[in-house]
Design a protein around this ligand. Structure first.
Ligand SMILES: CC(C)(COP(=O)(O)OP(=O)(O)OC[C@H]1O[C@@H](n2cnc3c(N)ncnc32)[C@H](O)[C@@H]1OP(=O)(O)O)[C@@H](O)C(=O)NCCC(=O)NCCS
Length: 195
């Protein structure tokens, strides 16, 4: 088993260009809602607005010290105690090696721990089985089917909505943690608080 040294760190200025490259890569863009190639100016506007946006938090997933993906909490609603999870791995990041699960674990712990949220939400293209299975492995339940919800490649596509409650996570966390330890992630990496 190849062991990945993984961590999450806040997005910083050094990530500006790589995020644009990643987001436009077909291996990432295919799974996002919007279908158009993102230009420099649109990206810079988005990136420049991140620090002041209290409704989202973004972390870079690192694998063996190299940036390997973007992991975000968006639509953070403090009144409702809810946020939406979003993530993708970089085009050259290892797939199926547990990085996505590692990021899911860390983000859920942070959301229900220090952030004090009570519900996480995710929307995934119905065809993206890897992504919704990953959420369900961590205790998300399928709560919605949005029919013909987004247009991708000129065709309307179904979207699945999944929710995880803080009390579900209390039950599911030990198994999720054991699973990631079994995939070679360290206790230190799993338990380190997010900044
Ligand atoms: C979804 C995504 C984050 C998953 O990351 P990952 O590191 O490959 O996922 P993991 O290895 O943690 O877990 C994936 C699970 O699906 C399984 N799997 C099956 N086919 C797979 C495939 N082609 N690629 C990756 N995993 C696959 C893995 O075995 C694993 O199952 P397990 O926990 O039972 O072992 C990543 O594939 C990705 O960035 N996709 C493109 C963007 C995207 O779809 N984002 C989500 C949009 S809502």
């Amino acid at each position: 088993m190849t062991m990945i040294r993984a961590a999450l760190r806040p997005v910083d200025e050094t990530d500006r260009d790589r995020l644009l490259t990643w987001r436009n890569d077909p291996t990432v863009a295919a799974f996002m809602y919007s279908d158009h190639p993102i230009g420099r100016a649109e990206h810079d506007r988005w990136f420049d607005a991140l620090p002041a946006n209290t409704r989202r938090r973004d972390w870079i997933v690192e694998a063996d010290g190299r940036p390997a993906g973007l992991n975000s909490l968006v639509d953070i609603d403090r009144d409702q105690g809810r946020a939406t999870v979003a993530r993708y791995l970089a085009p050259d990041a290892p797939r199926g090696a547990g990085l996505g699960g590692f990021a899911e674990f860390k983000m859920i712990d942070h959301a229900f721990g220090p952030m004090g949220l009570r519900k996480l939400w995710a929307e995934v293209l119905a065809s993206n089985e890897v992504a919704w299975t990953l959420h369900m492995t961590h205790g998300f339940q399928r709560e919605a089917l949005f029919r013909a919800h987004v247009v991708k490649g000129g065709l309307p596509r179904d979207v699945i909505g999944l929710g995880l409650l803080a009390e579900d996570w209390v039950e599911r966390r030990p198994a999720a943690r054991a699973r990631l330890l079994g995939k070679g992630f360290s206790v230190e990496a799993l338990d380190a608080p997010l900044v």
